[in-house]
Design a protein around this ligand. Structure first.
Ligand SMILES: [Zn+2]
Length: 322
């Protein structure tokens, strides 16, 4: 994913948190505790102080860390004698998980993991955010070892990048769909073009222009951006990690498993990265229903970012109360 796609996902995760905090739609919030909703509201209020840093933060891993070949991916390959054959569970609202549980021919079949540590990275950054919050809370204002709200917000946006990348099916697929080139680059360009046209971006100052509610100012919506916005406003929120998952690492590991299944579902086994976008559009499941599958990927990514952020925030708040 490219710069504004990442920034938009992070911003939409804030919007999703606001939906969780304020909606009156019982379908969305049935089963969500008052505590979770109260903390979602507090987190949105906190984020609004730092929204100008969304683009810079969400793009920081590609721009500065340059750990794309390791931390933005988990590379799976089906293998008859593979080391693994288990697949975890996710909240039933995760659309890729639900679809692949029913429809993937590779579900339950053995596989190998040949590289990447995206789930580890997500777990590590999550810990660092909680630690930094605790230090900010404990130390005196201006004390040189204390961090700042700005810095922590940057880390949240950085974290959103890794979470989003794991939802991009090609980031979890061992076939040589190298980042930025061929159909991988073509798909990401289609997303970036749609998002760049859909919102007014203050490119000189590296931030979005805002609507009266403080979210990216709409310009020319595409079916894709409209559908994602609709989905995050109406999807049921489930705060739990799903299945036996107990933390960010467990959750993101399972996300990567279903991203892998989705990639093989969307693109035929022998479809080469060097093929044209025209061939992608006619010869792959993904190309034929591009808007629909892209909406699933982005909506799941946004929901996951909101869920992980909220768990981090509540973990810190619980500590602060003791
Ligand atoms: Zn990336």
């Amino acid at each position: 994913m490219k710069k504004y796609s990442h920034a938009w996902i992070a911003f939409m995760a804030i919007k999703r948190l606001e939906v969780i905090a304020t909606t009156t739609d019982e379908k969305v919030i049935s089963g969500v505790s008052d505590k979770v909703r109260t903390e979602a509201k507090a987190l949105v209020k906190w984020f609004k102080n730092y929204r100008d840093f969304v683009i810079k933060g969400a793009w920081y891993p590609d721009d500065v860390f340059k750990d794309m070949a390791t931390s933005h991916i988990v590379k799976y390959r089906p293998a008859e004698d593979g080391t693994y054959n288990t697949f975890g569970s996710l909240p039933s609202t995760h659309s890729i998980y639900t679809k692949m549980s029913k429809e993937s021919p590779l579900k339950g079949k053995p596989y190998n993991i040949e590289g990447g540590n995206c789930a580890d990275r997500c777990e590590a950054v999550s810990h660092s955010i909680i630690d930094n919050f605790k230090m900010l809370n404990r130390e005196e204002k201006g004390c040189p070892i204390a961090t700042s709200g700005n810095h922590i917000a940057m880390r949240f946006f950085i974290l959103s990048h890794y979470i989003a990348d794991c939802h991009m099916p090609l980031h979890c697929d061992c076939r040589p769909y190298s980042d930025g080139k061929g159909i991988h680059g073509g798909i990401e360009k289609k997303w970036e073009d749609a998002i760049s046209k859909a919102y007014k971006i203050d490119k000189d100052n590296n931030r979005f222009f805002y609507d009266p509610d403080g979210y990216p100012l709409p310009l020319t919506a595409s079916p894709f951006t409209t559908n994602v916005e609709k989905e995050i406003a109406t999807r049921k929120y489930m705060h739990g990690w799903g299945g036996k998952n107990n933390n960010v690492w467990d959750y993101m590991s399972v996300v990567s498993q279903y991203s892998y299944l989705f990639s093989y579902f969307l693109i035929p086994e022998d479809f080469e990265n060097t093929k044209s976008m025209k061939e992608f559009e006619t010869d792959t499941e993904w190309g034929k229903y591009f808007e629909m599958y892209s909406t699933m990927i982005f909506s799941d990514a946004i929901d996951s970012v909101a869920r992980i952020w909220l768990h981090i925030w509540i973990k810190y708040k619980d500590w602060a109360k003791v």
